[in-house]
Design a protein around this ligand. Structure first.
Ligand SMILES: Cc1ncc(COP(=O)(O)O)c(C=O)c1O
Length: 380
């Protein structure tokens, strides 16, 4: 079956007891046993599992081409569970331009449990190789990165990881399996913030881990039910509903993203543009090779914090908000919002200037998005 068909049908069977085409939200904490030692449908307690979670996990595993997937209360909870596969003394090589929350989790929390992290430019394989230590067990990459849209070659990273018996983890939040298929390129584990494009409607948080190896899958399921951060029925339901339109949404996001990026690139008030779909992006060719489209995340520099403040306070259709990947356009200033927990010297090194604006282009009429940006740019 094709991607859109799978997104609508896999895991989404009609309710067996009523025939309802959309299965109900199983808003229950516990399940009554038929007799001691025998449950009705394999469920006993909602922390461990429930039908809405199982349905969503089946769809995500299918779309990413994985063996199985497990969903969590947020993208960060999903990512945290992946690092819990490691043991004290293990070392991870991480994309230096990683989402601020991952930087915070690793440098301020997980280091206290004996894990070691090196943040390097994963767009350069020689640098990744140089960062390897005898105890390196994982390469963790985000591609494209948030918010500077740097691209790491997934196949090259997979080869490096395999040669050194390390696990390659790819955060595929920015593109979704519709635009990028990390497992086909050799990734062992894929993570997502479901809060973004997979749900797509900005009405729940969630995260997913997609596994390719039975051993990892068993451990992640153990972490999910022991740690208790599995996604709740209502949020699973909302995410499953959102995912049914993933293919059409991503097509429109892609088209709108490209149109807005071209417009901004030619705008005299924009100092620097970051978007892999533009031929002047340094990794445009790699993006064309490993992605089915450039996506709808872009960033641009407006020259000063004051200019950024004036611009952001004037947008009307683009909502000044954290998050991304919703049907509505969302705009932010990463240095003060999503990446505020990253030290300024690190932000400066990876190009997150104080005046860098990030835009998640929604699927409104693109003329309206562009008109909104243009009127706000007049205030700079
Ligand atoms: C690329 C990426 N990964 C992970 C996360 C974390 O996801 P969540 O906010 O659902 O915890 C985010 C959040 O913005 C993100 O942008």
């Amino acid at each position: 079956m094709g991607f859109a068909t799978n997104a609508i049908h896999v895991g989404q069977d009609p309710d067996p007891s009523t025939g309802a085409i959309v299965a109900p939200i199983y808003q229950t904490s516990t399940y009554v046993y038929e007799e001691l030692g025998k449950t009705k449908g394999g469920y006993d307690y909602a922390r461990s599992n429930h039908p809405n979670r199982k349905a969503l996990e089946r769809t995500i595993a299918k779309l990413e081409g994985g063996l199985s997937s497990y969903v969590f209360t947020s993208g960060m909870a999903a990512i945290d569970s992946v690092f819990r596969l490691l043991r004290p003394g293990d070392h991870v090589v991480v994309s230096e331009a990683v989402y601020g929350g991952v930087y915070r989790l690793t440098t301020q929390l997980l280091v206290h449990f004996g894990l070691e992290f090196s943040f390097v430019d994963t767009t350069d394989p020689a640098v990744v190789l140089g960062a390897f230590r005898p105890n390196t067990k994982m390469i963790y990459i985000e591609t494209p990165t948030n918010p500077t849209l740097r691209i790491t070659d997934i196949s090259v990273m997979a080869k490096l990881a395999n040669e050194r018996h390390a696990t390659l983890v790819v955060d595929n939040t920015f593109l979704t399996p519709y635009l990028q298929r990390p497992i086909e390129l050799g990734a062992h584990i894929v993570v997502h913030s479901l809060t973004k494009y997979l749900n797509g409607h900005s009405d729940s948080t969630g995260g997913a881990v997609v596994l390719t190896r039975p051993d990892d899958a068993e451990k992640i399921y153990f972490i999910q039910r022991s740690g208790g951060a599995g996604l709740a029925p209502m949020d699973c339901f909302l995410t499953s509903r959102g995912m049914k339109t993933l293919a059409v949404r991503m097509l429109q996001h892609n088209a709108n993203g490209l149109a807005v990026a071209r417009h901004l690139d030619a705008h005299p008030k924009v100092r620097k543009m970051y978007y892999p779909g533009l031929v002047n992006h340094p990794q445009h060719e790699l993006a064309r090779k490993q992605q089915k489209g450039p996506g709808a995340m872009l960033a641009f520099d407006v020259g000063s914090v004051e200019a950024a403040r004036r611009f952001l306070n004037q947008v009307k259709i683009c909502a000044l908000a954290e998050s991304l990947g919703g049907v509505e356009s969302l705009i932010s200033l990463p240095a003060q919002m999503t990446h505020a927990s990253m030290p300024k010297e690190v932000r400066d090194r990876i190009g997150i200037t104080d005046s860098l604006v990030r835009l998640s282009v929604g699927i409104e009429d693109v003329e309206d998005i562009i008109a909104d940006i243009d009127q706000a740019l007049l205030y700079i």
